[in-house]
Design a protein around this ligand. Structure first.
Ligand code: KG4
Ligand code: ZN
Length: 338
């Protein structure tokens, strides 16, 4: 067990990715992004699965070549079983099954949401790993969850969105403002030059540790329509302030629930993951919470926050250690809870 080589495959949404891990170190992590969705302002499932079909073979080849290993050295193949888009998941699942069968090595199924969390255990210089128990908040275009992580495979979802994901809230707000897709990074950039208190948007009232973001999007739409009626150049002349105010509202919503979760569980170690963890506002708020509440916070290296196969590989590694293998008649699972 001291020379484990895992080939990992991720295809749950619109990124085709393959990675090779040697124990807990990443030897390669290749990601093919799908530009095609930009024109539609969101991921088109049918186009996503077609692009995965085209990308999967070259991406796997590239991952093996970059890792400089032969496929005969592989210990096992790990793949994302779900959650995600059915058509997209099927491409990675079928490919992983066939390759494992061909090489006659074990197959390991991985839950994508667990992978976002266990990405923190990839061995990387200058990155510290959390210890159990800790709280994990996964924030991306597809998910928004707060998870109590008791152990590698003992996790409880204690809060999640009841409608849109937080990245979706960013992207839909950006669309209202006429910004291109994905709009999250653009809003973040503009927000840093604006006044976060220029405009106020309502914060949703949601039970417990759950989230809701669809009301915010509607509030922003009505606000922009109302102001544009009075001044047709309203967006252009106030863009930075609007973005700063949207960001301020969203980060407050996330931090309120995170603080509540920490208070209720007594846990002060907080890890984040998913594409939105690149956001400057959430990073600043977490640093503040370290000073103010004595938290210890963890943000993975950027390439392990967005969808990637390295995070699937680290789960594969831990499952390999406990010989937690999958039978070859396994199927993809679009709704797959932690
Ligand atoms: O994890 P990810 O690459 O893909 C999934 O959705 O699974 O996350 C993409 C999401 C998009 O909604 C994008 O707008 C958002 O993450 N995002 C950001 C930032 N960078 C990416 N949102 C706010 N601020 C950012 N800096
Ligand atoms: Zn994801």
């Amino acid at each position: 067990t001291d020379n484990i080589y895992i080939l990992a495959i991720e295809s749950s949404c619109d990124d085709t990715s393959a990675a090779v891990l040697h124990n807990k170190k990443v030897l390669s992590n290749v990601v093919a992004n799908q530009k095609i969705h930009e024109a539609y302002g969101g991921v088109v499932p049918e186009l996503a699965s077609r692009a995965h079909q085209q990308n999967i073979v070259p991406v796997v080849h590239q991952a093996l070549a970059k890792a400089n290993i032969d496929k005969k050295q592989l210990s096992a193949i790990a793949f994302t079983r779900g959650p995600g888009l059915m058509g997209s998941l099927l491409v990675g699942t079928s490919f992983a099954k066939s390759l494992a069968m061909g090489l006659n090595i074990p197959l390991i199924e991985v839950n994508h949401m667990q992978a976002h969390i266990l990405a923190h255990f990839i061995e990387e210089e200058d990155f510290e790993q959390p210890s159990f128990p800790f709280l994990a908040m996964t924030i991306s275009g597809g998910h928004t969850q707060i998870v109590k992580v008791n152990d590698f495979f003992s996790m409880e979802v204690i809060g999640e969105t009841t409608d849109d994901a937080v990245g979706e809230a960013y992207d839909k707000s950006a669309k209202i403002l006429g910004l291109s897709y994905p709009g999250g990074p653009l809003i973040d950039k503009l927000a840093q030059k604006g006044n976060p208190k220029a405009f106020t948007f309502p914060k949703p009232k949601v039970e417990g540790l759950n989230f809701s973001f669809s009301g915010l999007k509607t509030a922003i739409l009505y606000f922009v329509q109302r102001e544009t009626k009075k001044n047709e150049n309203f967006i252009a002349t106030h863009l930075e302030d609007i973005c700063a105010s949207i960001q301020y509202t969203i980060i407050n919503i996330l931090m309120d629930k995170l603080k509540k979760a920490s208070k209720e569980t007594g846990i002060k170690q907080v890890a984040i993951g998913g594409g939105v963890s690149a956001n400057s506002g959430i990073r600043f708020a977490l640093k503040e919470a370290e000073k103010k509440y004595g938290w210890k916070t963890f943000i993975p290296k950027f390439e392990y926050t967005t969808d990637n196969a390295a995070m699937i590989g680290i789960v594969g590694h831990y499952k390999y250690l406990s010989q937690d293998f999958t039978k070859e008649d396994i199927t993809a699972q679009p709704r797959y809870y932690i």
